[in-house]
Unconditional design. Structure first.
Length: 517
């Protein structure tokens, strides 16, 4: 392949060099790392055989009978099949979001990513694929020590089986709640708005042949589609207005610079006026609308990615030693999140209708919303108490308990604002903070290491035996749509034009290169 690439003027020298480095990496994996994996599997099998032999010898000795050792090969096959069984995999509640942004060049020596470690059933998390700064998590593959082999495989498998059984009981409910969370966090709301613009562009592209240049002879069916798309753009304008308001309010509350930068770019590009203009242009200038919709789809997607905090490379490997969260607790946490999302929208409606109702009616509505917020706060505190009451709950679930207590504190602030009464941006910002805490958005590096514990931002050397995305459990984003740019290069495909003397010289060089081999 390298010899043929050296003849191809379309392939840059840097690309050939990168391929050569990749070959060296593959050689290193085959010579150094694969044998170590084989040794680990053999060690785990031998340990199981030895433990069963000791148990059999002990039992036979008690009966006064001679001990017999089983065949190592047959025992190995049987035991390894137990290890590979699906019962050893911990389900994860991962909401996978798409991204249109480039992931950057692949780095030699990097492994394929896994979204989550299977060591612990944890809270729901939104995963966005994209480049992260994981330099602090990079390690030398040759210097890393192989993981220790656990001797209590049977106990681990039994524990996993119990967890899976509990998870199955609430999996349908988890699916239902996760499917309703598209309007929850700011990242997910921007991703949903991006998908909506992409859908507008796709519908126009599918009908552009019959629409282009046919302003006076558009069929009734196409006319109905254009009217629907115009309504979609008007709705998108209102949706983006609410998102912009929430981004600004959240920045003022948390003073996070990335939210300020996104909000300022939203204002600079005047996204609201542009979408409003698209709703008016759909009927007469479909080509421009299609191009603009594609632009805004990519821009909204980029803004969503920009709101995600970059990883700091810290690994949460300690989570592997902690107990999994009870599936019922995760379901209750998601239901609290769903209730907070609904409450935020009700608060927004109350603020919008403030000028059209009497002061007494507005106060009654705000107090009713405050009561709803108080009930959600009480449920958060009760869930924290339940986790703490579990065996060693204060140790295993310390981070989760602290999170719920912070959520409760912010909810109490929102309830006080509603009772004042106030349904403005300050109250909505507090509710938005609750939602952002309950459903974090994280970024994974598609060229990064395979394992970072429970932190998808972590890099390093993978130690899981699952393929990427293999452990994504219930709650996948049904609206997620992986997209790739369809823009193709239309010029420069015939290669670079070189002077005749250069071409003859290069031909002689390649001829001698082949002869030297």
């Amino acid at each position: 392949m390298l010899r043929q690439a050296s003849h191809n003027t379309e392939i840059e020298a840097e690309q050939v060099q990168q391929w050569a480095e990749m070959l060296q990496t593959l050689d290193d994996i085959s010579e150094n790392r694969m044998p170590s994996v084989a040794d680990l599997l053999e060690k785990a099998s031998a340990e199981k055989v030895a433990s069963k032999s000791e148990a059999a010898e002990s039992a036979n000795g008690a009966k006064g009978q001679p001990s017999t050792q089983q065949s190592g090969a047959s025992s190995s096959d049987e035991d390894l099949s137990d290890v590979d069984s699906d019962s050893t995999e911990t389900p994860n509640l991962v909401d996978q979001e798409s991204s249109q942004q480039p992931s950057g060049p692949a780095e030699p020596g990097k492994e394929e990513p896994t979204e989550e470690s299977n060591a612990r059933l944890d809270k729901a998390v939104t995963i966005v694929t994209g480049p992260v700064n994981d330099s602090a998590a990079e390690t030398d593959a040759n210097e890393s020590e192989p993981p220790a082999v656990e001797s209590s495989l049977d106990a681990a498998i039994e524990e996993q089986a119990k967890l899976l059984a509990e998870f199955e009981k609430v999996s349908d409910d988890l699916d239902s709640v996760m499917a309703n969370l598209e309007g929850s966090t700011l990242v997910k709301r921007l991703k949903a708005a991006s998908r909506q613009q992409s859908a507008v562009a796709e519908q126009l592209a599918a009908r552009i042949e019959g629409l282009f240049g046919a302003a006076d002879s558009i069929s009734p069916n196409d006319q109905a589609v254009l009217e629907q798309l115009a309504m979609t753009e008007r709705d998108s304008t209102q949706t983006l207005a609410a998102i912009m308001s929430d981004v600004d309010g959240y920045y003022r509350r948390r003073n996070l610079m990335r939210f300020k930068l996104v909000f300022e770019e939203m204002k600079q590009l005047d996204v609201l006026s542009s979408l409003k203009k698209l709703s008016q242009q759909v009927a007469k200038d479909q080509g421009v609308v299609m191009a603009q919709a594609e632009f805004w789809s990519d821009t909204l997607d980029r803004w969503a990615d920009d709101l995600i905090e970059n990883g700091d490379g810290e690994s949460e490997s300690d989570d592997k030693k902690l107990a999994s969260l009870p599936p019922e607790a995760i379901l209750e946490m998601l239901r609290i999140l769903e209730g907070e999302v609904d409450l935020r929208e009700a608060t927004r409606v109350a603020e919008q209708s403030k000028g059209s109702v009497s002061d007494d009616e507005y106060r009654r509505d705000a107090i009713a919303l405050s009561d709803r917020q108080t009930k959600l706060r009480q449920r958060s505190e009760q869930l924290a108490d339940e986790l703490e009451s579990l065996p060693d709950g204060s140790v295993h679930f310390e981070a989760d308990i602290n999170l719920l207590l912070m959520v409760s504190q912010t909810m109490n602030e929102a309830a006080s604002l509603l009772r004042s009464p106030s349904t403005g941006s300050e109250t909505i910002a507090a509710q938005t903070e609750v939602i952002e805490m309950l459903l974090r958005s994280k970024r994974i590096n598609p060229q990064g290491g395979g394992d970072g514990g429970a932190n998808p931002e972590g890099g390093g050397q993978g130690e899981t035996d699952e393929e990427a995305l293999a452990l994504l459990g219930a709650g996948l984003n049904a609206n997620e749509k992986l997209r790739e740019s369809e823009v193709r290069q239309m010029t420069g495909e015939s290669g670079r034009s070189l002077p005749e003397e250069f071409r003859s010289g290069l031909g002689e060089y390649f001829r001698r290169l082949e002869e030297s081999r």
